[in-house]
Design a protein around this ligand. Structure first.
Ligand code: FAD
Length: 362
């Protein structure tokens, strides 16, 4: 139920932003403070939660309100550690629902915990990671609360009138639109991992923790957890957080040539990725796709071989510290944003680089 995209410059007009703003019902006015959902699985916090606390800090400072972490999990030391870490990443206070029923993620109890917290303590902004879990939870929380949700935001800011301005790509990534939730509270947004920078972790004492009961028994929950199987290929999930990424695109011409990307990645101790057409052709698994419909990366070094640099790829790699592009076409769009451009045949250059690094690193 997010309001329509804003068309800059903002002009007061009937049905537009200025008109809608006046309509904020009185019962939404007490909604204050910025909340970040801290996503954890068996005590392992998804790093996107810390990235969001960093971003939430900026919003809270602009609004002159508190930044709160929301921690849902089982009772015990693991959950307490997550709460403590939230303060180290900048939270002013934490809301905690600790209950054995929250040990493994299930939509019903998590939605109940979150919506009860929101209805009781009334935040004006609620941020979640656009992870598998975060997307599932955000959708059901927004629907239950009948409020607006901007999914996969790439930029968050506070407008002159203190509304949350959540920007995200639209029309296949060719345009950015800024979405406001003017008439509903809280204003919700999800953000993908690695879109926001990781804030500095500073050791701080644990601050105020507000505990809230879950108010459910197992019999109230339809979904049952039968077993917990950790992901087998844990390396794949590291693509978004890798320091070095080597990726290949259609310029490689065949799945056999894509092995050249993997070989360089292995030599460098890097993760490998690809552009979307390689996934569509079935050459590379989908969890290796980089881009708007794949993963966002922010490595120290990104080597892109045979990738043209289409906007849907560009927007999710631009946070990399150093982008090295290898392309036979000197006019390829990737050279517009690469820091180092190599006009070369990747099929010849990749093995040469692998060999050179192998000699140097051995
Ligand atoms: P191409 O565009 O075919 O480019 C191949 C490049 O290789 C060219 O620049 C060519 O000059 C170069 N080349 C050719 N031979 C060689 C050689 N021997 N050595 C070196 N260079 C060579 N794309 C993504 O990547 N990720 C996404 O998440 C994504 N999401 C999308 C979502 C939507 C809604 C849409 C509409 C598109 C999306 N795309 C995405 C697709 C995107 O628009 C491009 O089509 C895609 O990124 C192109 O992939 P590519 O650069 O590998 O291939």
């Amino acid at each position: 139920m997010a309001d329509a995209p804003k068309t800059p410059p903002a002009k007061p007009q009937a049905g537009g932003r200025a008109a809608s703003k006046k309509e904020l019902p009185d019962h939404f006015k007490p909604y204050k403070h910025v909340w970040v959902f801290v996503e954890q699985e068996r005590g392992q916090v998804h790093p996107v939660s810390w990235e969001l606390l960093g971003e939430g800090r900026k919003l809270a400072d602009k609004l002159d309100v508190d930044l709160a972490a929301v921690v849902l999990g089982p009772e015990g030391a693991e959950t307490q550690h997550v709460v403590a870490e939230a303060f180290n990443y900048g939270a002013d206070l934490a809301y905690l629902v600790a209950d054995p029923l929250l040990r493994d993620y299930r939509n019903e109890p998590y939605t109940k915990a979150m919506t009860d917290l929101v209805n009781t303590y009334q935040p004006e902004i609620l941020l979640l990671g656009a992870t598998t879990l975060g997307r599932d939870l955000a959708g059901s929380v927004a629907t239950t609360l009948k409020t607006g949700l901007t999914a996969d935001s790439t930029e968050l800011d506070v407008d002159d009138d203190k509304s949350l301005a959540a920007t995200r790509p639209t029309f296949g990534g060719s345009l950015l639109c800024t979405i406001y939730t003017l008439n509903y509270r809280p204003q919700m947004a999800t953000v993908r991992p690695r879109v926001m920078p990781m804030p500095e972790r500073v050791e701080r004492p644990v601050g105020k923790v507000i505990t809230h009961p879950l108010g459910l028994v197992e019999g109230d929950i339809v979904t049952k957890v039968l077993d917990f199987l950790p992901a087998r290929d844990s390396a794949t999930s590291n693509l978004a957080y890798a320091d070095v990424v080597v990726a290949g695109g259609m310029g490689l011409g065949s799945p056999e040539n894509f092995q050249l990307v993997k070989q360089l990645a292995t030599t460098l101790g890097a993760e490998y990725g690809c552009s979307r057409p390689l996934v569509q052709k079935g050459w590379v698994p989908s969890d290796r796709q980089i881009g708007q419909t794949g993963k966002t990366i922010r490595p120290k070094l990104y080597i892109a071989a045979g990738i043209s640099g289409a906007i849907q790829h560009r927007v999710e790699v631009e946070g990399s510290d150093l982008i090295v592009a290898i392309n036979t076409d000197k006019n390829a769009p990737i050279f517009d944003f690469a820091h180092v451009g190599l006009v070369a045949d990747a099929i010849k250059l990749l093995p040469a680089l692998t060999e050179a690094f192998r000699r140097r690193l051995s």
